[in-house]
Design a protein around this ligand. Structure first.
Ligand code: ADP
Ligand code: MG
Length: 262
């Protein structure tokens, strides 16, 4: 539908360039990268470690600045002085999950307190309302609230702790979500529960744009609608997941398929 096509991407990187270091140590990490994710879409970004996935997605989510190029959130740039308000909107509308849940959760806080934190930071004061939202977020990721509300990270498995981190990321119903290697530190058996949690989140929020980053194609292939393959700072291939898996155009993609777990 024409109307659908006129909606802007949820997030879009246009010709993103990024280097780190100075002088002879300078080293370019992204070369004119164009990537977008649409409302309601789950985008998988795969590639070997060091290929630039984290740098690209940190730039897309406003956590880092590109050297040149642009980043748009709902069609409006988040960069520069004129992008400040849009960057704030993006920060308020994004949920982010990282690789190691024990590093991202405060060991002194119960799961309930960690999950409630984004609501409190956003100024919510209605404790019953907060409690209800926290319980719903726990249920969404398959954690029984009566069992986990008062539990500390040290009394959880990696998979349980990661689901707490995911519940915290989605408790405010983000419009855009980033999970960067969220399953890489989780044992294979527990990865399925994490995948189920992402599937449940997509079902609850059908307009959310989700970006799943992994060095392992296996962990994104069943949930991503579309896959972008990165290699040494460039997008080497992208397309619907089935097409990437069944008709990879690049030798590099074939290697990633052969190495996939799950
Ligand atoms: P990936 O997430 O695909 O593993 P990254 O985006 O983390 O890749 O890293 C891409 C390249 O950029 C790597 O060579 C990495 O060492 C380098 N890099 C990333 N962040 C920094 C930084 N803050 N300072 C210097 N080099 C960095
Ligand atoms: Mg990374």
């Amino acid at each position: 539908m024409i109307e659908e096509q006129q909606k802007p991407a949820a997030l879009q990187a246009n010709a993103a360039v990024k280097s780190f270091g100075r002088g002879r140590g300078r080293h370019q990490v992204l070369f004119d990268v164009n990537v977008e994710v649409w409302p309601g879409e789950c985008l998988g970004i795969i590639g070997a470690s060091g290929s630039g996935k984290s740098t690209l997605t940190r730039i897309m989510f406003g956590l880092e600045q590109p050297d040149s190029g642009d980043v748009l959130f709902n069609g409006v740039s988040i960069l520069g002085a004129s992008g400040r308000a849009q960057l704030r909107s993006l920060r308020a509308a994004s949920g982010i999950v990282y690789q190691n849940p024990f590093a991202s959760l405060d060991p002194r806080w119960t799961a309930g307190r960690s999950i409630a934190e984004p609501l409190r930071l956003a100024g919510e004061r209605d404790e019953r309302g907060i409690g209800g939202q926290v319980s719903r977020a726990m249920e969404l990721v398959g954690l029984e609230p009566s069992e986990f509300m008062g539990r500390y990270p040290m009394d959880m498995s990696g998979g349980q702790a990661q689901r707490v981190a995911i519940a915290r990321a989605v408790v405010k119903d983000p419009q855009v979500m980033l999970a960067d290697e969220a399953m890489s530190a989780i044992d294979v058996a527990a990865r399925m529960q994490i995948l189920d949690a992402f599937a449940a989140i997509r079902e609850r929020d059908p307009n959310m744009a989700m970006v799943l980053v992994s060095h392992d194609l296996g962990v994104v292939q069943n949930i991503a609608d579309r896959i972008v393959v990165m290699h040494e700072g460039r997008v080497v291939e992208s397309g619907p997941s089935a097409q990437i898996l069944e008709q990879p155009q690049q030798e590099y993609t074939r290697l990633l398929i052969a190495a996939a777990s799950l």
